[in-house]
Write a protein that binds this ligand. Structure first.
Ligand code: AMP
Ligand code: MN
Ligand code: MN
Ligand code: MN
Length: 322
């Protein structure tokens, strides 16, 4: 398929949806005799275009098997998988939300911002992601040089990461370290070599949060703060982050993520309310081999949180259910 054709498929699936009797979401009678459309939504997924293990079409197949009917592919700083995912989603009657997970920095802390309902062809976003790709290659060279200074085989690991077609991430480096036998698994590699406070984070490299939000808005998208509870911030710093995020045009936070415990969902719901933000739901799925598979098992958005998809999709239904 030519990229023009692929883009057409992606756009038509995005704008028009792709409902058929066979694959349409489950319809149940809701209150007041209103037909309620029960959707299974997952707005945070990775493919092998970044650090997921599945090619986009296989990811869409897995997601469909799990009963999800509306999905966003959100690779790190890359929209490369969207055309393939769009085609696969259309074939299966799923709705694809074009997405990306953009790396930003806020007070020297790396922050991830989901861009959802983006136009991947928007010039501002294309130029920005080209810059991000350059930063990712540069950061990988810098991390590996630092590892070499510590007597580790950084040059060999760099070659292994750069030999892959995906945009480099620390996950790829962790996998190279595991392949050498210097760590038991990628989590172990992060703990030993790549985690917080270690040589590898290089947070200052990423553009400021407000700039990243501007790229997403410039591509017609909604900016949602990814996994808000995963950043090592005090409660006060997290509130300041949310205030600045909202002031810069951020529209939502990821209230439900694959790893969130119930009390964290409540905290995120309260943060959304306090800062006038909508909520998104996403598994952050990377690999079916991970011990806990979150596909199709996400908690629902708590009542009282405005679902971001309700702001974006007005298809004449009278209810949405995350
Ligand atoms: P990067 O965007 O290159 O900094 O890589 C970040 C990615 O590394 C995240 O999206 C996760 O997929 C993965 N990651 C981060 N921390 C850990 C960890 N402690 N254990 C395993 N994977 C991690
Ligand atoms: Mn990742
Ligand atoms: Mn992330
Ligand atoms: Mn992610």
């Amino acid at each position: 398929m030519t990229s023009t054709r692929a883009q057409t498929v992606l756009r038509s699936n995005f704008h028009l949806g792709s409902q058929s009797e066979k694959t349409s979401p489950r319809r149940v009678l809701g209150t007041r005799n209103c037909i309620k459309v029960v959707r299974m939504i997952d707005l945070h997924l990775h493919s092998d275009r970044s650090d997921g293990t599945l090619p986009p079409a296989e990811l869409v197949a897995r997601v469909a098997q799990a009963g999800v009917d509306t999905l966003a592919l959100t690779d790190h700083d890359s929209t490369d998988g969207l055309a393939e995912a769009g085609t696969a989603a259309l074939e299966r009657g799923l709705r694809l939300v074009p997405g990306v997970e953009v790396s930003a920095s806020w007070r020297n802390q790396p922050i991830h911002v989901l861009g959802l309902w983006i136009d991947p062809e928007a010039p501002v976003l294309r130029a920005a992601l080209a810059g991000q790709a350059e930063r990712r290659h540069e950061r990988m060279r810098m991390i590996c040089a630092r590892l070499s200074e510590r007597g580790l085989p950084g040059a060999r690991w760099l070659a292994a990461v750069e030999a892959r077609t995906a945009l480099p991430t620390r996950t790829h480096l962790a996998e190279a370290i595991v392949a050498e036998g210097l760590a038991g698994d990628t989590g172990d590699a992060f703990r030993k070599f790549l985690g917080r406070g270690a040589v590898a984070q290089a947070a200052g490299l990423w553009p400021p949060l407000a700039e990243v939000i501007g790229w997403i808005l410039g591509a017609g998208g909604l900016a949602s703060l990814a996994h808000p509870m995963r950043y090592p911030l005090s409660a006060g710093a997290r509130r300041r982050l949310l205030a600045e995020f909202a002031a810069a045009g951020g529209g939502a936070i990821e209230v439900v993520t694959g790893a969130n415990a119930a009390h964290q969902i409540e905290t995120c719901a309260a943060l959304a309310g306090a800062h006038g933000l909508a909520g998104t739901v996403g598994s952050d799925f990377h690999d079916p081999k991970h011990a806990w598979n979150p596909l199709g098992r996400l908690a629902k958005l708590p009542p009282g949180v405005t679902p971001a998809w309700g702001l974006r999709e007005t298809r004449g239904t009278c209810g949405w259910d995350g």
